[in-house]
Design a protein around this ligand. Structure first.
Ligand SMILES: Nc1ncnc2c1ncn2[C@@H]1O[C@H](COP(=O)(O)OP(=O)(O)OP(=O)(O)O)[C@@H](O)[C@H]1O
Ligand SMILES: [Mg+2]
Length: 263
């Protein structure tokens, strides 16, 4: 006897999502489907449209056309419902830098209507885990780039959202902090079934960390799926690594003869 288990609908889904800036098509009819509870890498070269897509998914930018549904809600029609269910570390971090880490996390907790005891407990644990505890009373404006990024991550995690969006979370972060962030994100995915959607241009990161990946170039989706499937495809095409697949897909032109002769 067969028992049909209905597939869970994707927790993030886009239908023909488009963003244009004048004549430039930054995101070109993007159809993404992200299952719940996975580490999802959104991979593409500089200018591919990653940040623009993330902005549309998190309500920071209105799509030109198409729709996107996050955690069951349309991002344009129900932006508040989406925001209640997501944590975001945007490109520019969006911190209030004239607040200390303590004050900022308290503000975020209160905006999410958490009670004072919960805010204090989660804040202490996050600051400890992200090695910011000894700087908690300093203004964010005086933090280093990596420290600001970790504070933004703490703020995104404080309300314990089911979906996390991170724009290049490992850029400007040292090796030790990168490891802490990776472990933290992996434990959220594995233990709490959180969905983590992060953008990067580094294939190696995706290979080490992700369950699923989408590759975008010139605003268009060029591959999407399970990492094991992509690995199998790579082998079938005689390519040793996913790095090669990525480079082939984005048609990177490594022209031997085109060297910069003044260097
Ligand atoms: N506000 C804007 N006005 C005009 N063009 C924009 C704007 N934002 C993005 N673009 C353009 O859209 C395209 C996609 O940019 P986007 O920032 O989404 O790329 P990205 O994949 O995040 O790149 P990176 O890896 O460099 O961060 C680029 O050509 C960029 O110049
Ligand atoms: Mg970007």
């Amino acid at each position: 006897m067969f028992i049909l288990i209905p597939a869970m609908p994707p927790i993030i889904q886009t239908y023909g999502l488009v963003k244009t800036f004048g004549n430039l098509v930054a995101v070109d009819h993007l159809d993404l489907a992200v299952p719940a509870g996975v580490m999802f890498g959104f991979l593409g070269p500089n200018g591919a449209g990653k940040t623009t897509t993330l902005k549309m998914l998190t309500g920071l930018m209105r799509p030109t056309a198409g729709t996107a549904v996050v955690a069951g809600y349309d991002v344009v029609r129900s932006p508040l419902e989406v925001k209640r269910r997501i944590g975001v570390v945007p490109e520019n971090l969006g911190l209030y830098e004239r607040l200390t880490a303590d004050e900022y996390l308290e503000l975020v907790g209160r905006l999410h209507r958490l009670d004072v005891a919960t805010i204090a407990r989660r804040r202490d644990r996050l600051l400890e885990r992200l090695a910011l505890a000894d700087r908690r009373h300093d203004l964010a404006v005086d933090y280093s780039t990596g420290m600001k990024k970790k504070l933004a991550l703490a703020a995104a995690l404080l309300p314990n959202p089911p979906v996390l969006f991170l724009d290049e979370p490992f850029e400007g972060v040292d090796a030790v902090s990168a490891r802490v962030i990776k472990d933290l994100l992996l434990s959220l995915v594995r233990q709490q079934n959180t969905t983590v959607f992060f953008s990067t241009h580094i294939m190696e990161l995706v290979e080490k960390l992700c369950d699923e990946v989408a590759i975008i170039d010139h605003g268009r989706l060029i591959a999407q799926g399970n990492l094991d499937d992509l690995r199998r495809q790579a082998k079938a095409h005689g390519q040793a690594s996913l790095e090669e697949v990525f480079l082939r897909l984005v048609r990177a032109e490594v022209e031997e003869g085109n060297h910069l002769d003044w260097l």
